[in-house]
Design a protein around this ligand. Structure first.
Ligand SMILES: C[S@@+](CC[C@H](N)C(=O)[O-])C[C@H]1O[C@@H](n2cnc3c(N)ncnc32)[C@H](O)[C@@H]1O
Length: 283
């Protein structure tokens, strides 16, 4: 059966491992993106996904295309970064954040928040809405970063896909939203765009958690559903970066399947809300 018709991955052999390592090394040296320490199983799935879409037989043939045709690299890059996100994703987490963390942030004269791996911005705009409803947006600066230029451009544009509105409205309500979700966007000729006042305190910038260093001190760092794609070495490295970038008693929020246990930083945080993965830096 042709590879493009087969939805099963082929047996994961030694040869394929060599090919994948060479492809990732080539991407790093040719384009500067370093995926060498991402979770192998996930990277392998994404590579095979692209390979089949390109109608290719094996990883080496994808490597040749990627090396010589930057448009193929950019298509593969789009697969490797996995930009899946939504507004008020895991609404209970936002509810817990509102209930448990906001009262502590309220005491600060100025609040700096970093969304690391913000994708197309939905998580960031959710935070801006929450801060607005709690009367804290005017004294907040939100730094929204991602490795992907195209995701960041979409985040800056602030366009919400119209087919997601029903889901986002429901998430907003479940997250404890106090107004009508429609107060936060403008609808025009089938396009839905977040209102400019939500964008105003947000700085969007490219930042690579693998190769870039700390750039400020934050009271909250949200890095949700990003490190899940890293291997343990890279995860430890990112945790070190977050620890160094957090103010004393600052908060780190992870995705539902992510943890701080078994990282070198485990003893340096206390769990504020274990269920929703909200941790506080204690030393
Ligand atoms: C699954 S999305 C998560 C988006 C959002 N945080 C959420 O939970 O809905 C993962 C994001 O991490 C970004 N990412 C992957 N590797 C990264 C890296 N090394 N540095 C910064 N961002 C990265 C991807 O581009 C993608 O936008």
């Amino acid at each position: 059966m042709a590879a493009s018709m087969n939805t099963q991955l082929p047996l994961d052999g030694e040869l394929e491992k060599i090919e994948i390592n060479l492809l990732l090394e080539g991407i790093y040296r040719r384009y500067g993106y370093d995926f060498r320490n991402y979770s192998y199983a996930s990277i392998r799935r994404r590579i095979w996904h692209r390979l089949r879409l390109e109608g290719l037989e094996n990883v080496s043939s994808l490597q040749a295309k990627v090396m010589h045709h930057s448009e193929v690299f950019h298509r593969l890059l789009g697969d490797l970064v996995i930009p899946v996100t939504e507004m008020f994703r895991d609404p209970d987490m936002f509810l817990a954040f509102r209930r448990d963390i906001i009262p502590l942030l309220r005491e600060l004269p100025f609040i700096r928040i970093w969304h690391a791996g913000c994708s197309t911005g939905e998580e960031v705009y959710s935070m801006a809405i929450l801060l607005n409803e709690e009367g804290l947006l005017h004294k907040s600066r939100i730094y929204a970063t991602d490795i992907s230029e195209s995701a960041l451009q979409r985040a800056k544009d602030g366009i919400i896909p119209i087919d997601r509105m029903k889901k986002y409205t429901k998430n907003y309500q479940l997250a404890g939203g106090q107004q009508s979700f429609s107060d936060y966007y403008i609808s025009d000729h089938g396009t839905v765009m977040v209102k400019p006042f939500l964008r105003q305190p947000i700085v969007f910038a490219r930042h690579n958690l693998v190769t870039d260093s700390s750039f400020n001190e934050f009271h909250v760092i949200m890095c949700r559903n990003v490190m899940i794609y890293f291997n343990s070495q890279l995860r430890d490295q990112a945790h070190k970066l977050f620890y160094e970038s957090l103010a004393q008693e600052g908060f780190l929020t992870l995705g539902g399947k992510e943890s701080i246990s078994f990282t070198p930083m485990a003893g340096r945080y206390e769990a504020c809300n274990d269920k929703y993965r909200i941790f506080r830096k204690i030393r």
